[in-house]
Design a protein around this ligand. Structure first.
Ligand code: NAY
Length: 294
């Protein structure tokens, strides 16, 4: 699946105060990501979209809007994973019928599933959905660690084409790349984009690319060309930005910046139980916006 390579937005979703999707705002964010950030694709239904706080119908609504707004302009990956595997299958089939280029599924979380159970989960999804699947590994949020040999077993499943690797384990990343040259590896931590590209990942999926697209693309391209020094300079500025964002609150700050960038009057709310931004956070977000993005 060479065609899936590239830089993806982990799509951020704006909500209304009552928790419903702000459709107009979402469409504007998608346009911004495609037209201004010039990213290669959208990863829809990930952590950044607050997906794990949503009911099934709202997840479908977001898949619909993203496909409708995007058409065939960029690649679309639907994150459908959930400890409720029946829902994962239904969403995978739904996104596939809509024309999504691939699906992705987070490792099942909450209960301490054995690797055998995790593997069965991926088998059940890929048996039932006629699409390629990217494993979404994010141990910091799920607590689920997958080792090298276990990745090998998952990659043996028909239609498992790669992994979104959101971890700071560069030893494991290097081993994975060497052992599985044919599988796709997407980097998941934006602040570590450069060292993951040096380790020859095929692409990256991140929340900050929604706002910091141009610098991220430069890092990606320069590093691929072996221009590590130049790429590092841009990663340094990027990480000044990311540090400031993380310190002020990741989603509130990105939401504020995207609200400004898309010229949306309506505030981009979070979905409960995420807290809404405080005035102090909004003020600081404006400073960060002016310093790094505007
Ligand atoms: C998703 O599914 O939304 C993602 O791709 C998550 C990727 C992000 N990881 C986490 C833990 O939020 O983009 C990163 C992250 O926000 C960024 O690197 C800042 O730490």
């Amino acid at each position: 699946r060479e065609d899936l390579k590239g830089l993806y937005s982990a799509l951020l979703v704006p909500y209304n105060e009552d928790g419903s999707v702000n459709e107009e705002g979402l469409r504007k964010i998608i346009r911004h990501v495609i037209d201004k950030m010039e990213l290669d694709g959208l990863y829809v239904g990930g952590s950044t979209g607050e997906n794990f706080l949503l009911d099934k119908e709202t997840k479908k609504q977001i898949f619909d809007i993203a496909k409708d707004e995007t058409g065939d302009a960029v690649k679309l990956i639907a994150q459908v994973g959930s400890p409720n595997v029946y829902e994962a299958i239904e969403l995978g089939q739904y996104a596939t019928e809509l024309g999504y280029d691939a699906i992705s599924a987070v490792t099942p979380f909450y209960y301490k599933f054995s690797f055998k159970e995790v593997k069965q989960y991926y088998k059940d999804i890929t048996d039932a959905v006629d699409n390629d699947l990217i494993v979404y590994s994010i141990p910091v949020l799920t607590g689920v660690e997958i080792g090298l040999d276990d990745f090998g077993e998952l990659f043996e499943l028909d239609r498992v084409v790669g992994v979104k690797f959101t971890a700071a384990d560069f030893f494991l990343l290097e081993r994975l790349r060497k052992k599985f040259p044919e599988h796709l590896i997407f980097s998941g931590f934006d602040e570590m984009l450069l060292p993951t590209v040096v380790n020859k990942v095929d692409g990256a999926i991140g929340s900050t690319y929604n706002a910091n697209g141009p610098r991220s693309k430069q890092i990606f391209e320069l590093a691929k060309e072996g221009k590590v020094e130049e790429a590092l300079e841009i990663q340094n500025v990027t990480n000044d930005f990311i540090s400031a964002v993380l310190e002020n609150g990741l989603y509130p700050t990105l939401k504020y910046i995207l609200q400004q960038e898309t010229g949306s009057e309506e505030r981009f709310y979070a979905r409960k139980p995420m807290a809404q931004s405080t005035d102090a956070q909004l003020e600081r977000a404006q400073e960060i916006y002016e310093k790094y993005i505007k």
